[in-house]
Write a new protein. Structure first.
Length: 266
């Protein structure tokens, strides 16, 4: 009986030791991360082009008209119109618009670069599918950001034939869309599309350079670090680039400062 009692106690103790030594292993999943966006701001939209370039593209324009934006560091645009009146010989009309859209990295939507690439492709598609466009042509543009495409076509209006040039460029997480069109009105000759495209490409290159300069030396891929949080505000990139204006105008309103909203529209 004594042996049986000891055997029973020994077995009970062994079971208690095993239970006491058991532990539950738990570990948290790592927080998702996304590469931080390279560029954190945008330049003043009405200052992305030099006076020399503006004189070439819109020679009679007095000042740019800045579009309204609730966040000029993420979305901005500026437009210029020019009417060179030659009296009975007619007039030359030019319209120029530069749109800038910056994307922040977001853990749920992806990196700023990826979002910008998607918007860039959409802008090119939209330009090619513009309503009323005739004789549409497109070509890649070298030396302008990380990628760029030029689209050209004609638009027949009652005022005349408008030659439209659109250059869409992406640099890091920013997309630049430059729209430029010209027409000979009241009997004046239609401008040469090749000349307009040459000017549009040069202007787009300058606009891209302005984006890079506005972000300084820190705005580069080498300085980007993974981030586990998204920005408080990110541009959705919705909407098409503006269609060419068919009504000549010799007036332009002054651009507003980046710290206040402009009354103009894109």
């Amino acid at each position: 009986m004594l042996v049986a009692g000891c055997s029973s106690d020994s077995g009970s103790g062994e079971g208690k030791d095993k239970g006491a030594g058991a532990t539950v292993s738990t570990s948290k999943s790592p927080s998702p991360t996304v590469q931080a966006a390279a560029f954190k701001t945008l330049p003043e939209p009405c200052e992305v082009l030099s006076e020399k370039v503006l004189e070439e593209l819109v020679p009679k324009a007095k000042a740019g008209k800045e579009g309204s934006s609730d966040d000029v560091s993420s979305r901005a645009n500026c437009s210029w119109s020019s009417l060179d009146n030659n009296g009975v010989k007619g007039s030359q009309f030019r319209w120029l618009n530069v749109s800038l859209l910056r994307f922040e990295s977001d853990v749920t939507r992806g990196s700023g670069d990826k979002l910008a690439q998607q918007y860039y492709a959409k802008q090119v598609r939209d330009a090619k599918a513009s309503k009323g466009a005739r004789d549409v042509k497109s070509e890649p543009v070298a030396g302008t950001g990380d990628e760029a495409t030029a689209v050209r076509y004609e638009l027949k209006k009652k005022e005349g034939t408008f030659k439209q040039q659109t250059v869409v460029a992406r640099v890091e997480n920013v997309v630049v869309t430059l729209d430029y069109n010209g027409a000979g009105l009241a009997g004046d000759k239609t401008p040469d599309a090749d000349d307009l495209m040459k000017d549009a490409k040069a202007a787009a290159k300058d606009a891209v350079a302005s984006v890079t300069e506005a972000n300084g030396p820190s705005g580069s891929k080498s300085s980007s670090k993974p981030s586990s949080t998204s920005s408080s505000k990110s541009s959705s990139g919705a909407g098409k680039s503006p269609e060419p204006s068919s009504k000549p105008s010799s007036k332009s309103s002054k651009s507003s400062k980046s710290s206040s909203k402009s009354s103009g529209t894109s």
